[in-house]
Design a protein around this ligand. Structure first.
Ligand SMILES: C[S@@+](CC[C@H](N)C(=O)[O-])C[C@H]1O[C@@H](n2cnc3c(N)ncnc32)[C@H](O)[C@@H]1O
Length: 400
């Protein structure tokens, strides 16, 4: 493994290390140590830790420190944060940013197949090593699409400022970013959520996952700190649909009391946190499930639809539930209550019966034959009273 010789990128970043480094500094991918030694000479810097995956680089730097007898700086061998302890005020990173060439494995310059995988790994973990008001100084090159890098930063709930961009020969450009934790990340971390990462884009908001440790503030006193996987649903900044999130918060609270929906844990102005539902979306599950388990699950969802009908609410989309029903180890869980509304004519049972009817072919392949016309008639009958008697008739029609 070659040690990375300081180049234009190193010198550009160095300029900002001189200006911004403060307190406890971590230099990730230190290479020749250029950023770490620069930080060491900054007045407001108390301590510097430089890490690199290249053992040769670390060995040379450790010798240099011994010779200089410096106590302010140390170097460690580490794959990103693997051997790093504590938190820092400044984290410096000049990553290997070139997309991987086939057959060449040089972590000094290659950042993964597309060049940005190393950024993803870095942003997945860096927050744990950064004080609440800590800052990251990041260099990246246009050889890794910087829009993708910015997306990774935002998806990790950080905010950024582009400090400088510099044109290089051959159309390459270098970018220096100053990055810090967003208000939302800070709030979630204060409430005990760690390992926050992007999960999916919704129509009106984004979903993140993380691990919530309810007793995080007394974590060190617990023999086995327990963390549960959570989903964090956040209204997207450009969306005006705050009321949708509020709507979901209100309904989830009410429906949880009936055992419906993922367990809601807490919420804030424009986000809610609920227990992550680990499972398979209904349509994918139906492709593979056996006859008896299918009967059981479809029947359980029907019962949940009945409970919602009795409450006088319509969840919407139960005839087309695609991503609205997840089959987890403990049974089916309905998710996404953004559009749930109070109504005199709830349609959950009738919509669900329609979904079952539309899946007649998939069900018949499992040896479960349903009479679609009869079921649709029974659903029509049920529509007027929404009562147990008519629900039982549907259950009988499904032979459940
Ligand atoms: C572009 S060089 C930057 C070196 C130096 N910081 C500078 O500014 O000149 C990238 C450095 O990251 C190191 N590196 C690559 N992958 C790493 C990883 N997973 N963990 C730690 N260091 C890594 C390489 O060995 C290399 O020294």
């Amino acid at each position: 493994m070659d040690i990375y010789e300081p180049a234009e990128d190193s010198y550009l970043l160095q300029k900002y290390v001189r200006q911004c480094a403060i307190g406890r500094v971590l230099d990730v991918g230190t290479g020749s140590g250029i950023q770490a030694f620069t930080a060491m000479d900054v007045k407001l810097v108390r301590e510097v830790v430089g890490i690199d995956i290249n053992p040769k680089a670390v060995e040379i730097l450790q010798k240099e420190v011994q010779e200089k007898k410096s106590r302010k700086i140390k170097f460690l061998h580490s794959d990103l944060f693997a051997n790093v302890d504590g938190q820092f005020n400044t984290v410096i990173f000049n990553p290997p940013y070139l997309p991987q060439d086939k057959g060449i494995l040089d972590p000094a310059i290659y950042g993964g197949k597309k060049g940005h995988e190393i950024f993803e790994r870095f942003f997945r973990d860096v927050s744990e090593y950064l004080f609440a008001d800590g800052k990251i100084l990041l260099l990246c090159s246009s050889l890794t699409p910087h829009t993708r890098v910015q997306e990774i930063v935002q998806h990790s709930l950080f905010e950024f400022e582009l400090l400088e961009r510099e044109k290089m020969p051959m159309f390459e450009e270098l970018f220096v970013y100053l990055i810090w934790k967003s208000k939302l990340r800070l709030e979630l971390e204060r409430k005990g959520i760690s390992k926050i990462s992007f999960f999916a884009h919704g129509r009106r908001g984004d979903v993140f996952t993380g691990f919530w440790n309810k007793n995080f503030h007394i974590k060190k006193f617990l023999s086995k700190p327990e963390a549960i996987k959570v989903a964090v649903k956040v209204k997207r900044a450009e969306s005006t649909a705050t009321e949708r999130i509020e709507n979901e918060i209100n309904w989830l609270q009410a429906l949880n009391k009936k055992g419906i929906g993922p367990r809601m844990l807490f919420f804030g102005g424009h986000y809610l946190v609920y227990e992550f539902v680990d499972g398979v979306y209904i349509s994918d599950w139906l492709e593979k499930s056996g006859k008896e388990e299918t009967r059981k699950v479809l029947g359980e969802v029907l019962q949940q639809c009945f409970l919602m009908d009795k409450l006088g609410v319509t969840k919407e989309e139960m005839h087309h539930p695609l991503k609205h029903v997840i089959i987890a180890a403990g049974g089916p869980v309905l998710i996404d209550f953004e559009r749930t509304k109070e109504t005199k004519e709830p349609q959950n049972v009738t919509q669900w019966v329609e979904y079952i009817c539309r899946n007649k072919k998939v069900l018949s392949e499992k040896g479960w034959l349903i009479n679609v016309e009869k079921l649709r008639d029974l659903a029509k009958e049920y529509k007027k009273p929404h009562d147990q008697v008519h629900l039982q008739a549907i259950l009988a029609g499904l032979k459940l």
